[in-house]
Ligand binder design. Structure first.
Ligand SMILES: [Zn+2]
Length: 236
């Protein structure tokens, strides 16, 4: 029976370590996820800038086409001038040239505005791409470290699983079930020391008779308050 209590204590210690390793593993994957969120957000910004740049380039392209058209109009009208016979027609063509020139001027202004917008967006994009590259490098090198650490932790978990199987296999089924149930209900702490008359799991005082019996009994005993399995460390 004392042997059973020792098995339970060993099992509890192993499960405590396992819990600790699970937490470390979670912390590592959590850190990686956080780094990835930053990378993804920067990538999104770059994508948005790319879309904005494409839209502006497209409308600049349309403006340039219109400009070419107006410049052609000016050229064609001016070529006609020497062949014109009447004053009335001459005035009409001059007016046509004037209108086309004005339109061309307006289009040039609009194109210049688009150029300015593009310049500023491209500068912004270059900045974001720089940051993205830096963050990607950082994340990728941290990821290698984290993957290696997770590999180590998984190796430890594997070893523990077989150790655990070995310990659990030596416990009678009802006791094993009792232990597993407590482990789930009591946040991973099923076997606790009783010291100075109290259960160290819930810090409640134990009935003195129960506490004293722990030093002599061969039975596995439970705390009446939290149901955890109790052991005592005999004074040396
Ligand atoms: Zn207790």
């Amino acid at each position: 029976m004392l042997e059973q209590l020792q098995l339970l204590r060993d099992l509890q210690e192993l499960d405590q370590q396992k819990l600790d390793i699970d937490q470390q593993r979670q912390q590592q994957t959590g850190e990686l996820a956080e780094l990835q969120v930053v990378v993804d957000r920067l990538q999104e910004m770059v994508d948005t800038l790319d879309a904005d740049i494409a839209t502006i380039e497209e409308s600049r392209g349309e403006l340039r086409l219109s400009l070419t058209k107006e410049q052609d109009n000016v050229e064609r009208a001016e070529k006609r001038l020497p062949q014109i016979k009447t004053q009335k027609e001459y005035v009409a063509v001059l007016k046509e040239v004037d209108t086309a020139k004005k339109l061309a001027k307006e289009l040039e202004v609009q194109i210049a505005e688009k150029n300015q917008e593009l310049e500023s967006l491209q500068a912004d994009r270059a900045e974001k791409v720089d940051e993205l590259n830096t963050r990607q490098e950082e994340t990728s090198s941290r990821k290698s470290e984290i993957d290696a650490r997770i590999g180590e932790l998984d190796g430890q978990l594997g070893t523990m699983a077989s150790q655990r199987g070995n310990l659990v296999g030596q416990l009678p089924t009802p006791l094993r079930k009792r232990y597993e149930l407590l482990l789930n209900r009591r946040a991973g702490l099923a076997v606790v020391e009783a010291r100075s008359g109290a259960c160290l799991g819930c810090n409640m005082h134990l009935p003195p008779q129960l506490f004293n019996s722990l030093f002599v009994t061969q039975e596995v005993q439970s705390c009446p308050h939290c149901s955890r399995l109790l052991f005592v460390v005999s004074p040396a």
